[in-house]
Design a protein around this ligand. Structure first.
Ligand SMILES: [Zn+2]
Length: 752
């Protein structure tokens, strides 16, 4: 899944020509150059400029001749770990990663198909080859597959304007004509047969629907057409349904990821005319996973009585109306014929005519016949038991199922993870054992709603209270720009990992990350305050990928990493191997880089003497969230809300975090108590009652927004109540927040 809104960043980047991008010290090709660099948390670190090599024509990113010990938070003495990491970093191989990618993307592998099962067996064998204790874990979950999807448009005289969807085709692309390519459809779409007038709702955001209401455009009985981008597609359908619409068409406008951005596939990376973005329209912000089993694992023996009945009702997460995705080829005749008022200026897309809001001028007839069945899916779980603390798990996860071939989404992540697994396997054969247990996970049915990861997390239950981290990768590589999101306690940790991994462009991943952000290029939205001296910015975790159940339901600290570029074929048949090698990463150097990042995250977390969380950073971010909410409340006429208890609790949390941090930077003695306290702190931020109207989401600091779906709303209970102008609910949620922060401060204090 996982695509945030329309991306501005690529308009000015020369992504595919790494040698041109920056004047860089590439004249020092093949010479290792030591230098002293950044100061992090008071610790001077030694760095390397790795051999600065340009991507063209090389097979692998080279490592420095020798690594030097660094001082790293969590380690009393990092020198042994530095040697271990050096051995690991030498293993992931670009060429082998490319072969993995080619094998994984050979055929379409939609969740629950035989081809998907084959990829599970393939990944399981790779896990076993590396020495992991491997199991394939099945779940029985509700999935819709399309039997009939039909869209017809008629003008006012009843003349047929279009009949589709048109089959996705591009001259010369191997995907054209493959009968195994599933017809474009939306996961979780209802079945039905409806005819109605059309209204254009721009991106289908709350403010877009409010604008239509302000223009007195009634949506009852109408079919809403929205462009993709800006929010999660399920939110568009949710808002349209609430306003009485009987169907939704979701299309890809060329302004957002098509010809307005640049050359389209096969001449460039952007979306061609017939390419369709498939995707789930589940109400992800209520709960992810199997629609029938929120909070419960859909094991094969789960009785039907344990499944909820009305999944389209208030308790469920499924829309009650049809939605169908369209290419701009098929959307164009509908939009062109639409009458009514002209659109506001920023609602205009890139099709070559002026857009109108409707209704009038065109009627559409939608048929959606979905085969809803409980189907078997397969997670692959590979464990390396910890030698000292086997109940503490470091979890690395990536989904494996794809809408079609899934070269970028998700197989680039899977190929990277397999190379990380191979690297860890080499260490195992040399006799190394991690202190904590490492668990590698290949999730299924992520695309239909984060299902495999959610069911597995729900099945683990309280065992996840001891999971020390969940490291996610999904859309692993679509280009060279590294970015990340993380819970605030792990932002410094991830910066440290990025400092230890070489970039194909020379220097470290961290160096390139900083360069790519220096032009104001902040890929991942964050509510954290800017900090003087902070060199790279990490986003907040919302939803749209498999970290969701771990962080927001189970309270496991999480990160999510990505290396991105211009990527216009998301969820279409053309996200395939041919597209990947032409546009994303021709020599698979960024797969190698991502393998090193993932592997180092796991190794460094699994072997740390003290868990390397920075709760001082967390407390600072939370205080900023509270101040921002307070300002918003007074702007919204809720100035009588009492933020005092939450502010006091945040101050107590900060003081406790500072005391613990002093212990973390100089670890000594029996550290079990400190580690337990540090781990319990994140769990303490959960509220068992959950968020208002969505009890599955229990984290008091992070959740996907009800009206965004992908991007995070911070202190969500408080902020969404303020947005709704509900003073009583805001007061109640402020109290829940203050209690959570008090619990977290107490958890930290238990370290001493
Ligand atoms: Zn994905």
């Amino acid at each position: 899944m996982r695509q945030r809104g329309a991306r501005q960043r690529f308009q000015s980047c020369c992504i595919q020509k790494p040698g041109r991008k920056v004047a860089f010290s590439s004249r020092k090709c093949h010479l290792s150059l030591n230098y002293r660099g950044h100061v992090n948390s008071g610790t001077a670190l030694a760095f390397f400029l790795f051999p600065a090599v340009l991507a063209i024509g090389i097979q692998s990113t080279l490592l420095p001749a020798q690594a030097q010990p660094q001082s790293v938070l969590g380690y009393a003495d990092f020198s042994a770990q530095a040697r271990l990491e050096e051995k690991f970093l030498a293993v992931p191989d670009a060429k082998l990663a490319g072969e993995e990618l080619k094998a994984l993307t050979a055929v379409p592998h939609l969740a629950a198909t035989p081809e998907d099962h084959n990829t599970a067996e393939y990944v399981a064998q790779k896990f076993r080859d590396a020495g992991l204790e491997t199991t394939i874990v099945p779940y029985r979950v509700l999935l819709n597959w399309p039997k009939v999807v039909r869209v017809e448009a008629y003008d006012e005289a009843g003349q047929l304007l279009m009949s589709g969807p048109t089959r996705e085709h591009v001259q010369g692309d191997p995907a054209a004509g493959d009968p195994r390519v599933v017809m474009p459809f939306n996961g979780s779409s209802a079945s039905g047969d409806v005819t109605g007038e059309v209204v254009y709702a721009n991106y289908g955001r709350l403010q877009d629907f409010n604008e239509l209401a302000a223009q007195h455009i009634d949506l009852h009985g109408k079919i809403v057409i929205c462009r993709y981008g800006a929010n999660f597609r399920g939110v568009k359908v949710y808002l349209a349904e609430q306003r009485g619409a009987i169907g939704v068409l979701l299309y890809s406008d060329p302004k957002d990821d098509g010809y307005d951005k640049g050359d389209v596939w096969p001449n460039g990376p952007w979306r061609p005319e017939t390419a369709v973005q498939r995707g789930s329209v589940q109400f992800l912000f209520k709960y992810p996973g199997d629609p029938e089993t929120p909070g419960v694992a859909s094991t094969l023996d789960l009785p039907d009585s344990a499944r909820i009945q009305n999944i389209t009702g208030p308790e469920g997460d499924q829309p009650g109306i049809i939605s169908i995705p369209l290419s701009y080829h098929d959307a164009s005749p509908i939009l062109q014929s639409l009458k009514g008022p002209g659109v506001p200026e920023d609602w205009q897309g890139a099709l070559p005519f002026h857009y109108h809001l409707g209704p009038g001028g065109v009627k559409v007839h939608l048929i959606s016949d979905q085969d809803d069945q409980r189907r078997i899916i397969w997670d692959v779980i590979g464990k390396i038991p910890g030698a000292q603390d086997p109940d503490s798990w470091v979890i690395v996860g990536n989904h494996r199922d794809a809408w079609v071939y899934g070269a970028v989404d998700p197989s680039s992540g899977t190929a990277s993870m397999l190379e990380a697994v191979r690297g860890v396997g080499v260490l195992l054969r040399q006799g190394w054992r991690p202190k904590r247990t490492i668990v590698f996970c290949s999730w299924d049915a992520e695309e239909q709603g984060l299902i495999g990861s959610t069911e597995w997390a729900e099945q683990q239950g309280r065992a996840l209270d001891q999971a020390v981290a969940y490291f996610n990768v999904d859309v692993g590589v679509s280009g060279p720009n590294f970015s990340a999101s993380a819970v605030p306690s792990l932002k410094d940790f991830l910066r440290g990992v990025a400092r230890s991994v070489p970039s194909p462009l020379g220097g470290t991943v961290f160096d390139r990350w900083r360069v790519s952000q220096s032009g104001g290029d902040k890929e991942n939205a964050s509510n954290a305050p800017p900090i003087a001296g902070e060199e790279v910015h990490l986003g907040d975790l919302g939803s749209g990928s498999d970290y969701t159940a771990f962080l927001e339901h189970a309270g496991v600290p999480a990160t999510d990493v990505e290396s991105s570029g211009p990527y216009g074929v998301y969820h279409s048949a053309f996200d395939d191997f041919a597209w990947y090698i032409q546009n994303a990463d021709p020599h698979f150097l960024y797969l190698q880089q991502m393998a090193r990042i993932l592997g180092l995250e796991a190794l460094r977390m699994a072997d740390a003497d003290v868990l390397p969380y920075n709760y001082v950073a967390y407390a600072r971010d939370i205080s900023a969230y509270i101040q921002a909410a307070k300002s918003k409340a007074s702007e919204n006429g809720l100035s009588s809300l009492d933020f005092g208890p939450a502010e006091s609790a945040a101050a107590r949390f900060m003081a406790a975090a500072e005391r613990d941090y002093a212990l973390q930077v100089a670890p000594s003695g029996n550290l079990a108590r400190l580690n337990l306290a540090l781990r319990h702190t994140e769990t303490a931020l959960l509220n068992d009652a959950g968020l208002p109207n969505r009890p599955w989401y229990r984290h008091t600091i992070f959740a996907p927004g009800e009206f965004t779906g992908y991007s995070a709303v911070v202190i969500p209970g408080v902020n969404e109540a303020i947005d709704a102008g509900n003073a009583a609910l805001a007061a109640q949620q402020l109290e829940a927040l203050a209690k959570a922060l008090d619990r977290a401060a107490n958890a930290l204090d238990a370290a001493r």
